[in-house]
Design a protein around this ligand. Structure first.
Ligand code: IMP
Ligand code: MG
Length: 172
């Protein structure tokens, strides 16, 4: 068992999710939005977020694996599940749990651009800025964190802690 330090309580996550959902609902009003969750980490955030949207939405998922393990973000990315909905000429919003170096998200953006969506925006629950390597525009971020390894509310450490309702800093 690791030392876990509380970073975001579930009530704060809820508030932040509501704010983002409101922004997204206004921005995409009268449009047909497809949200694409990045598995596995985004599954809880996405499910809470879509229930707060006041616009119709279609949901798809993508899964990428990075070589490396646990706390190390990847240099090398492998697609293990691609999109199943046709996004050509559609408004697409990628939903991430956390952006660290940005390499995963920038790979995903390139992958999705190849399907010629009408628009492509990015939403993450946590924008962790210290180790950013890729230049990437994040359109919606729930919470900005300087650094540290975070777990809970979908985020894992070697597949543990995803089910925690709050978000913690895990001391390695
Ligand atoms: P990036 O490519 O470095 O931006 O890393 C992106 C992916 O690494 C995220 O989608 C997470 O799956 C994982 N990751 C990065 N930082 C953390 C963290 O603090 N906790 C849990 N997973 C993380
Ligand atoms: Mg992720």
């Amino acid at each position: 068992m690791h030392d876990l330090i509380l970073v975001l309580k579930k009530d704060e996550i809820k508030k932040k999710t509501e704010i983002i959902a409101h922004e997204i609902s206004s921005y995409y009003q009268d449009r047909e939005l497809i949200v694409i969750g990045v598995l596995k980490g985004s599954f809880i955030f996405l499910s809470d977020l879509v229930r707060k949207l006041t616009i119709p939405v279609k949901v798809d998922f993508i899964r990428v694996c990075s070589y490396g393990y646990s706390d190390s973000s990847s240099e090398s990315i492998n697609l293990t599940k691609g999109i199943e909905i046709d996004v050509k000429n559609k408004d697409v919003l990628v939903i991430e749990d956390i952006v660290d170096t940005g390499l995963t998200l920038s790979w995903i953006v390139d992958y999705l651009k190849a399907f010629n969506p009408k628009t492509l925006r990015v939403c993450t629950l946590i924008d962790k800025i210290e180790r950013r390597k890729a230049t990437i525009k994040i359109d919606y971020a729930g919470h900005v964190a300087e650094k540290g390894f975070l777990v809970g509310y979908g985020l894992d450490y070697a597949e543990d802690y995803r089910g925690l309702p709050d978000i913690y800093h895990l001391k390695l």
